[in-house]
Ligand binder design. Sequence first.
Ligand code: AMP
Length: 420
Amino acid sequence: MSTRFRSVKGTRDLLPPETAVWNAVEACARRVFESYGYGEVRTPLLEDTGLFERGVGESSDIVGKEMYSFEDRKGRRVSLRPESTAAVGRAFIQHNLQELPPPVRLFYIGPHFRYERPQKGRYRQFHQIGAELLGDPGPHSDAEVILMLVEFLRQLEFRDLAVLVNTVGDEESRASFRAALVAYLEPHRERLGEDSRRRLETNPLRILDTKDPAERELLEAAPTLADHLSPASREHFDQVLAILERFEVPFEVAPRLVRGLDYYTKTVFEIVSKGLGSHDAVVGAGRYDGLIAELGGPPVEGIGFAIGQDRLIDVLPESFLAAVAGEPPVMLIPIGEEARVEGLAMAEALRAEGVAVVAELSGRSMRAALKQANRRGVRYVALVGEEEIASGELTLRDLESGEQETLSAAQAARRLKEQR
Ligand code: AMP
């Protein structure tokens, strides 16, 4: 017996009608982002492994244990992209985009890969919708990016949105806070789990992300970054908050919000909504002023977000889903042999009038075709038989009411528009 292949663990097929939802979400992202002056960037799925080691950080979980990395046939170290900010940074540098009038606004949509334990909402191939604003250090950029993200989610009909926002400070603030945090945790080393003990050396700020209850308790009394903010970082953060207030964006300062990736500086944020739930983050966002220089480029600041599209789609409001589902197409049913071709011509004529049509092609009986129409959830069928061919018309039947009428393609299109 031959092997029946299945999709690789942690990856999945997206099929209709679900793909219509994916397309609608992507179309909404494009529309909203373009209205803020963003252009789409498409970077390769495959990058030099060193890019992520440098850009995301070797001590991060992503680089340490989640990347799909391999050597190609010539021994080059390559990885499937686990995120896109480093890749967008690489493209920015490679194409000298700092020569464009700043800031440069880019968005991306596409698959990413992390070798994580698959579970609901977590895949090995997952999808992100993200945006990056490069080349402006000021708080107005942070505010605009947040406003754009909120606008996108509102257009997806999320309600009760709130922005959780924090600052992780600039390099100076982080160095001072890091030292204070290590000094506080060091004497309690034995109360930390294995991961956190390791992070004490490699990346102490990440310990703040812990879900372990005992560690969380210990952290209650830990120093906070707020106490170590440089005056410049504090000023930046205050201005971001003032702009959010001006635009009446509901926000909350979340002092313990830190992001898992190494490159963040100053503003970091997340979005919560009743619909979005709190268990799994849907958006990762923040400023990364040092990244482009770290990747060997000019000292260009950046801020951006990445939305987990799979999780976003899991929690989409019913109202958005209903609007996407729309109306099923009209089904064209030919009656008799001659109508099998003439029926196709009528289907084309309806499409030219803007009506979506599925044509019955197999020559099955009208009874069998109507059964099919019911199974497909079709409401209107267009019947074409000898008489219709002679008059150049079709008979439009409403399967719900049983009423029918013989009309031209243009009249049928108008009738459908009125009734829907
Ligand atoms: P990050 O780049 O880690 O900040 O992730 C940004 C967003 O991508 C997260 O908030 C998730 O919604 C989504 N995401 C990250 N990893 C996965 C995964 N393995 N499966 C599904 N979504 C993911």
